[in-house]
Write a new protein. Structure first.
Length: 354
């Protein structure tokens, strides 16, 4: 399938909506303030007004059913109709949640469509709730609908033959991988802490059947900081993208591997997240005319969210990112370089990059 070349269009699309603030449960870490911190930063820096904002829209039933069973929709509706409740010990649903989840997924799909149509070179969807833990049949891990998986499904239905999903959230995107585990058209790459929730994403978990080798997991030991995180992208992610040659790159952007994050055991700095985003952006520039869509996943420290988001947007706009004014100093020798190197070497072997 041919797409409009994005090289002549440096526009960055932006997708968000106030409805995404209405999914809430007092005291829960997946809170509206996460999104507010990002929006306030983009407005304070003038970055929001320099992007092209997309009109809000909801995911349709057909778009949801490309990747989810009808039971997922019904479970959310059932909990909401009873005034709200818990899908599991981590995942809440309030009265507004089904509508919010549809809107979040619709915004990510709209971002993908704008990029494929050549209306923007790339896009950032600042949405919540996150999605990468939601499986075909289960709400879980703070996630109701799998936003990125639904955008990928819509892209494949539109004729895309090869797409990549890069997941730099601190948790493995078990839902996303499971949905596409047997689909060789989808390259899924994930860095994540291990052992850690949800307990999936082993190096040998590389896809099923003809898709074997298109699912690449780099489970990093607790305490991994900038050097190890960047090495995973330089030595595994970028070579895998170059071999696969996707027509579009989707990013599950969880910023919860950050050293400031209260929930996660990795020690990545804002500067490191920006370096990794630059690597993926540069790869998409060279491989698919810059077609890249970034969707918010996790991240629970408001300062880290704000500065990682503004650095990302500056990169998408083709500018040099403004440094984080309150940088953290990540530890240098926790864990050992040898243990991280062993993980990366094993991931390269399983992915067939050796």
């Amino acid at each position: 399938m041919a797409y409009p070349l994005a090289m002549t269009n440096v526009t960055t699309a932006f997708a968000t909506d106030a409805l995404c603030l209405e999914h809430r449960n007092d005291g829960h870490p997946e809170r509206p303030e996460r999104l507010r911190a990002i929006l306030e930063q983009l407005e304070r820096t003038g970055l929001r007004e320099r992007m092209v904002e997309l009109a809000p829209r909801d995911a349709t039933d057909d778009e949801i059913r490309r990747v989810h069973s009808a039971g997922v929709i019904e479970r959310a509706r059932e909990l909401a109709s009873g005034g709200g409740g818990w899908a599991d010990v981590d995942t809440f649903v309030n009265v507004e949640s089904p509508a919010v989840a549809r809107r979040a997924a619709g915004l990510v799909i709209a971002s993908m469509q704008a990029v494929l149509r050549g209306e923007a070179r790339n896009a950032f969807a600042a949405v919540r709730p996150p999605g990468h833990h939601a499986t075909a049949r289960q709400l879980m891990g703070f996630c109701l609908l799998n936003n990125v998986a639904m955008a990928a499904g819509a892209a494949l239905d539109a004729g895309v033959q090869r797409l990549a999903i890069v997941d730099w959230d601190v948790h493995h995107g078990n839902g996303t991988q499971a949905i596409f585990d047997a689909d060789p058209r989808v390259l899924y790459f994930s860095t994540h802490a291990a052992p850690y929730y949800p307990g999936t994403g082993a190096i040998e978990d590389a896809g099923i059947g003809w898709a074997r080798g298109t699912k690449i997991n780099v489970p990093l030991p607790h305490g991994t900081s900038d050097a190890g995180f960047v090495a995973a992208y330089e030595q595994v992610c970028v070579p895998a993208l170059e071999r696969f040659r996707p027509e579009i790159v989707l990013v599950s952007s969880g910023w919860d591997a950050h050293a400031r994050d209260p929930l996660a055991p990795l020690m990545v700095t804002t500067e490191c997240y920006t370096r990794v985003a630059r690597l993926v952006r540069d790869a998409s520039d060279g491989l698919c005319d810059g077609r890249m869509v970034v969707a918010l996943e996790g991240g629970y420290d408001e300062h880290a969210l704000a500065w990682c988001a503004s650095g990302l947007v500056e990169l998408l706009l083709g500018e040099e990112p403004t440094p984080d004014p309150e940088p953290v100093v990540a530890p240098i020798r926790v864990p050992s370089a040898a243990s991280i190197e062993a993980v990366i070497t094993s991931a390269r072997r399983v992915a067939g990059l050796e």
